[in-house]
Write a protein that binds this ligand. Sequence first.
Ligand SMILES: Cc1cc2nc3c(=O)[nH]c(=O)nc-3n(C[C@H](O)[C@H](O)[C@H](O)COP(=O)(O)OP(=O)(O)OC[C@H]3O[C@@H](n4cnc5c(N)ncnc54)[C@H](O)[C@@H]3O)c2cc1C
Length: 481
Amino acid sequence: MVEEAATVLSHDQLERVEAWGRASGSVAHVYRPSTLDDLRGVFQVARVNGRTIAFRGGGNSYGDAFGNREQIVLDLSRMTRILDWRPQDGIITVEPGVTVSQLWQYVLEDGWWPPVVTGTAKTTIGGCASMNTHGKNAWKLGTFGEHVRSFDLLTASGEILTCSREENSDLFFAVIGGAGLLGCFTSLTLQMKRVYSGLLRVEVATRPNLVGAMHYLEERMETADYLVGWLDAFARGRSLGRAEMHQAHYLADGEDRYTAQSSRPVNQALGDSVFGVLPKSSLWFYMQFFMNNAGTRLVNTAKYTMSRLTAGEQGKSYLQPHAAYHFLLDYVPYWKYAYGRGGLIQYQCFLPKETAEDGFRDLFQLGQRKKLPNYLSVLKRHRPDPFLLSYSIDGFSMAMDFRITDRNRARMVSLTREMDEIVLRHNGRFYFAKDSSLRPSVAEVYLGRERLDRFFELKRRVDPELMIETDLWRRVLRPLY
Ligand SMILES: Cc1cc2nc3c(=O)[nH]c(=O)nc-3n(C[C@H](O)[C@H](O)[C@H](O)COP(=O)(O)OP(=O)(O)OC[C@H]3O[C@@H](n4cnc5c(N)ncnc54)[C@H](O)[C@@H]3O)c2cc1C
């Protein structure tokens, strides 16, 4: 039982909850429970005070997915216990606040690696399941949810439901990818992937344009374990979409003679300085001088040219630790601050393989025409998944980072609207984890009324009084409810 005093909403808990990209935020009462009883206590606080609750994991969604203006934000980052680990078959049960970083460090020395990891290891397992995240192997191993065996979900009524493909399966397929709107994960059981070394064989190569970049991915789908491309959104004409591409392979059993060494977490990290002198923690400061159209054009040209000279279309390969390969950005602390006071948004869209080339070309050209090119474009290959609010597709995604300033904010709004039209015209989809600009009418088209109705039916079943809400829910889905 929660005592009455404990149910008073305290002003001490008021905090600004900022989107990861820092381009938006709202003030909310933030609670950080560390036990299941504390977690239930926050639900009670919400009930008694007539407030709604949003859940936050690591706070790495670019937009408003975990914000809850003037309501309650329940931060899971202190629920970080590993509840069970079976190294013989790679099955692990964790609390929702366990991070990807904690997870890989726990399992790697036993010869396992999380099958799907995000580009930062600061995400939590609850956050990854809620958004059904993907990695650089999305076309091969699918999304995060495909490796979740079961989870426990605390619903608005206070009941804990165990969900799996066999038990409460309709909820299982809706909660994964359901943007934290149906309940709170209290534990999750996942299958890890067997690996035989702490190293990957990585190849870097260049491609002269968008078509070349897309072919690079398509041609390697059978053989590679990871595939990703970085594209230069400033290049025009025949060079539009010129790219640095990466593929990576696991090492086979016996290939690494020093597996015990390469799998030690201490041997996974990249160094913390550039050329042994400049601390990486100060890089963001120098990066900010290049965070404008002229500066980024220069950096992109230099990066592409260097890569063409050192690796070229033939490619160059080397061995790299898993963590260094996947979480490169984590080794440049505070890099998002280089975007300045207005922060950044990311716009990630998913296009079917048949329309992707035309669609991405239109998107790049639109940004160039409007003088709002994106500063970082990342191309990946995907496959469909079985989850209700899926963004996945048999095709490609392009993630594009845009700087937001006081001067360009209004123009960015109209740019994203025009981009939405292009994506819809090419039968594409969007991703709540990266979203800051989606409108209900667009969500209705790409998700379809039937899928939305099935989601809302479950929402009415487990949360009839709408106790669980987020800023994203109010912006995009609530108007369609
Ligand atoms: C640098 C960077 C790189 C990224 N790379 C990738 C990538 O490669 N692939 C990819 O797919 N995404 C990527 N992302 C996006 C990120 O992985 C997702 O936004 C992910 O959901 C964030 O996890 P989180 O723990 O920070 O969750 P948050 O951002 O805090 O929350 C995400 C959602 O999960 C819900 N939630 C959190 N915890 C719970 C819980 N216990 N129960 C129920 N709901 C909960 C929240 O309400 C919210 O809707 C990247 C983000 C950054 C900043």
